[in-house]
Design a protein around this ligand. Structure first.
Ligand code: C2E
Ligand code: CA
Ligand code: CA
Length: 921
């Protein structure tokens, strides 16, 4: 990875100091120049001028630190301290009679202070590079020291610095001179470290270096002239010292001073090519030993101690450098290995890995990415790998990054990419912003191909949401859809309807034609529904023979009702099955939802209140209720939901529970309605009519609970109980009037007839109670018999007749049995319905019909009786027509067992008051 060129040029940005700063810099330069000028021109004020020069530099450092707040501040603060010490030393030196850059007492107290500056300065300069990467900074420092010591040894000889104390100099003076000769080069070397470590584009660095150079020059010259009094005094020695103050002060004033304490952005600056550098180091290290060797051949060896000291120092430095280099090498090789390992891992990864530059160009790709995208990878930006919307989204994210390096774009995660073979691949994308990571410096993208996974998921979801038989949605799918609509409705309350469709008597189809045909019917039925709804309506099979149609976006309730109507009619057309055309009717329940029609009646307003509820469960319940209402009203129709239905449903479930209890207690009541011979009007039997003494609602008639009992199956137990009670009663009455005994009519519902073991149950009751079978008449309704052209029912009826029990066809005339089909009915008695009886006196046609019926019956050995006889005229009419028996309010209403007993025992013609003899007649 190459380092990015830093966008902000330290000089460019820092060379534009604000106005105050510019003023400060100008003031500093003017003051410094003025002070220097005064020092040169006004010998009287030299001490003060020089002090001003030093203090100006010190002030510049203080201001610089406070203004630019370097972090860490310590190196700069210490530089300031070293300046302060220097100023004090200068003052002391001058007060002792010395002049800067000129003659003065040596050694003096001032020298001690001057020497004290070095440790502070060295510590300060080391502080500047403390935070640098150690592998660079330490190596650079050691290199510089090696060179310094090496060439220092040479210069020692060149400048012929004596080692043994000179006669004119004390040991202390010599030591101080040596301190100058070693200290200044060291400070210079450490300052040189700053640009070498990579701090190249920084004015303060170069200013510091310039100052250190000035100081080096002047101090060295000073020391040498002390050692060699015959040497001329240094040219411009004063300039070196002045430069030191001015450059360091100015360096601290510039804003870039804060950057000097920070690790440099780039690598260390290679002054020369690495090989040249090594050669230079080698030469530097060899200088001292070579000079030692030269010494060996000299008659008077010079500087031996110094050269040995240099050799040892260089040896130690080179050794330290070696250790440092080894450590650095270890570190880099470890990192290289790790990188290579990672690279292999990435390259071989299953997932496709792509590294993009912050601008979005592909910079690296793993093998699997290359396999996936092929040549596409080479072309253009990363976004080009994605399809349509994803491409734009990715491109947009990179744009965001480009505009603002700190942006955190929302990268798309579930994406579609276009593979080399132009396939659309569904992938899971992970994006890692590794721009700050020096090993990556980009955006890493990992793509996992999830096409197959998603396909399977879709498949499974489809499986879970589809009805396998019809291919329609199933219940869960419909509920999900409704939930989605409900959520959407929060913003946009749409209107629509839910239609619940239940086949009528589908069980029969299954039972009689078998399940395969049943399945065919369901499939054909589903097709029929689909033909009559719009494409956007959702059709579901909820299970069994129950279907639903969700009609969204139909705000007009009359439209919904039209659909219900149309569908109901569509089911009248027979369905094609392999067993031939079959007519299967259905009951439909409709519920509308959303802000539908405007209510016209309070009832409707209430209904709409419920309709507005779009909760899927509530809607389904409502549609169900409506559908049950349609069933209860005789099936093969549609009903719309209204709030009343809910009450009904609640009432029904309460009734059902109560009936259960009554049945368990055997607390049903049976009332008896007399059946008379029309000619004598004397009772020969009764019809047993069930009554329910309800704990809170009082005595309930069968109309209230028989349909419910039929629906719930309670009718079976109810029927058994009534049969036993009635039969027992008949036996009791027969005992009172043995000839010809009391016959008893008991109503039997179709459901009882269809129950397996019904014949046996009747036989058991007959045996248990001891009733003569011929006294027992079972009434079955005509509709029940004919509607279900049921072989089993017929056989059962035949078996009952074989027992000696009589079968009566109840409510004759209300169904659509043709007279012709009567002859193969296993029946003994026809009970002509009330509706006929009531019209006998007004309609000739009805009279002819009953007469014809009587004739046919007579021919087939079937007796005919009339029910619902309410008037004397009807009685006479029936008598004239030749009807033998009758039942109706004229002869007696249903009576309690006690009242019926009284009637039976009295044995008088009914009505007791003969209308012809009564005063009212
Ligand atoms: P249904 O079998 O036709 O019974 C005769 C019904 O007609 C009785 O009503 C009776 O009160 C009424 N009725 C009798 N004479 C006249 C008359 O002159 N004029 C008028 N308008 N009505 C007359 P109820 O007792 O309410 O019974 C209603 C229906 O309940 C019965 O009709 C029968 O189908 C059913 N039912 C009654 N008891 C039982 C039972 O124990 N088991 C079964 N499965 N059904 C029963
Ligand atoms: Ca009846
Ligand atoms: Ca009847």
């Amino acid at each position: 990875m190459t380092s990015r060129p830093s966008r902000t040029d330290p000089i460019a940005s820092t060379a534009r100091p604000d106005r105050v700063l510019r003023g400060l810099v100008a003031a500093f330069l003017v003051i410094s120049a003025a002070a220097f000028g005064c020092y040169e021109l006004l010998p009287a004020g030299q001490m003060a001028s020089w002090a001003v020069l030093g203090i100006a530099a010190l002030a510049a450092v203080v201001v610089g630190v406070m203004r630019h707040k370097p972090d860490p501040a310590l190196p700069w603060v210490l530089l300031g301290v070293s300046l302060a010490i220097e100023i004090i030393a200068d003052l002391v030196y001058q007060s002792l009679g010395g002049s800067i850059g000129g003659d003065g007492p040596f050694p003096s107290a001032a020298d001690a202070i001057y020497v004290a500056v070095y440790p502070v300065m060295i510590y300060a300069l080391l502080g500047f590079v403390r935070r640098d990467p150690p592998e660079y900074s330490r190596g650079t420092l050691l290199d510089v020291l090696i060179v310094a010591v090496g060439f220092g040894a040479l210069s020692w000889g060149v400048f012929s610095v004596p080692v043994t104390p000179l006669p004119q100099l004390s040991v202390l003076a010599m030591t101080i001179l040596f301190a100058y000769l070693l200290g200044d080069p060291l400070v210079f070397a450490l300052t040189l470290q700053l640009p070498l470590s990579g701090r190249l584009r920084s004015w303060p660095v170069w200013l510091l270096l310039l100052g250190a150079l000035g100081s080096l020059y002047s101090d060295t010259y000073f020391a040498l002239t002390e050692l060699h009094p015959d040497w001329p005094s240094a040219p411009g020695e004063i300039i070196g010292y002045a430069a030191f103050y001015i450059t360091w002060g100015l360096a601290a004033l510039l804003p870039a001073m804060a950057k000097v304490v920070q690790p440099p952005a780039g690598r260390p600056w290679a002054l020369v090519a690495p090989r040249t550098w090594i050669a230079l180091l080698c030469c530097a290290a060899l200088i001292s030993p070579v000079l030692l060797l030269v010494n060996a051949y000299r008659s008077t060896p010079r500087d031996t101690q110094v050269l040995v000291g240099c050799c040892i120092t260089i040896f130690l430095l080179v050794f330290a450098r070696l250790v440092q280099a080894m450590r650095a090498w270890q570190r880099t090789s470890l990192r290289r290995e790790a990188q290579a390992y990672l690279h292999t891992l990435i390259a071989d990864a299953q997932d496709s890995i792509i590294v993009a530059s912050p601008r979005g160009e592909v910079r690296f790709s793993s093998h699997s990415a290359q396999r996936l995208f092929g040549a596409r990878l080479g072309r253009g930006p990363v976004s080009g790998l994605f399809t349509g919307g994803d491409r734009d989204r990715v491109a947009h994210c990179f744009d965001e990054l480009d505009d603002d390096p700190h942006a955190a774009p929302r990268w798309p995660t579930a994406v579609h990419v276009r593979s080399a073979d132009e396939r659309i691949v569904r992938a899971e994308a992970r994006w890692s912003d590794l721009r700050e990571d020096p090993a990556v410096r980009g955006i890493a993208l990992t793509l996992r191909d999830v096409t197959e996974e998603r396909r399977l998921e879709d498949e499974l979801r489809k499986q879970a949401l589809t009805d396998p038989l019809t291919g329609l949605m199933n219940r869960q799918a419909l509920q999900l859809l409704m939930l989605r609509d409900q959520n959407a409705a929060a913003e946009d309350p749409g209107a629509g309807g839910l239609l619940m469709i239940d086949l009528d008597d589908f069980k029969e189809v299954n039972d009689t034609l078998g399940h395969p045909i049943g399945d065919e019917v369901l499939v054909a039925f589903a097709g029929r529904i689909l033909e009559h709804v719009r494409a956007e309506d959702a059709v579901a099979r909820l299970g069994g023979d129950e279907f639903a149609v969700l009609m969204a976006h139909r705000s007009d309730p009359s439209m919904l009702e039209a659909v219900a109507q149309r569908l109901g009619e569509a089911f009248d057309e027979p369905l094609e099955t392999s067993a031939g055309p079959l007519r299967v009717a259905a009951s439909l329940g409709l519920v509308a939802f959303g802000p539908a029609a405007y209510p016209e009646t309070p009832d409707e307003a209430q209904a709409q209140e419920a309709d507005r509820d779009t909760d899927p469960d509530a809607l389904m319940r409502a549609a169900d209720l409506a559908m049950y209402a349609a069933k209860a009203e005789g099936k093969h129709r549609w009903r719309r939901y209204h709030a009343g239905l809910l009450d009904q449903a609640v009432r029904r479930s309460e009734l059902r529970a109560a009936l259960d209890e009554t049945l368990a207690q055997g607390a049903l009541a049976v009332w008896y309605q007399p059946i008379v011979h029309l000619d004598t009007r004397q009772v020969f039997g009764f019809e047993a009519l069930v009554r329910w003494p309800h704990p809170t609602l009082g005595l309930l008639g069968p109309d209230v609970f028989i349909p419910l009992a039929e629906e719930t199956g309670q009718i079976l137990e109810l029927g058994r109980q009534v049969l036993r009670i009635a039969a027992k009663q008949a036996v009791a009455w027969s005992a009172l009037r043995p000839v010809p005994g009391c016959s008893i009519n008991v109503n039997v519902s179709v459901r009882q007839l269809r129950e397996e073991g019904f014949v046996e149950a009747v036989r058991d009751v007959v045996a248990e109670v001891g009733i003569e079978p011929r006294h027992l008449v079972l009434e079955v309704t005509e509709t029940a018999l004919l509607d279900h052209d049921d072989v089993e029912v017929r056989e059962r009826l035949q078996h009952l007749r074989d027992l000696g029990v009589a079968i009566a066809l109840d409510d004759f005339g209300t169904g659509y049995a043709s007279l012709i089909s009567l002859h193969d009915m296993p029946i003994d008695i026809i009970k002509v319905d009330k509706s006929f009886t009531s019209r006998l006196t007004t309609s000739d046609r009805m009279r002819r019909l009953v007469r014809g019926l009587l004739a046919i019956g007579e021919a087939m050995g079937i007796h005919t009786m009339a029910e619902g006889v309410e008037s004397w005229e009807q009685h006479e009419q029936l008598l004239a027509l030749g009807t033998r028996a009758g039942q109706g309010f004229l002869y007696g209403r249903p009576l309690t067992p006690a009242d019926a007993s009284t009637v039976w025992v009295a044995h008088r013609p009914l009505p007791v008051e003969d209308p012809r003899t009564s005063p009212d007649a």
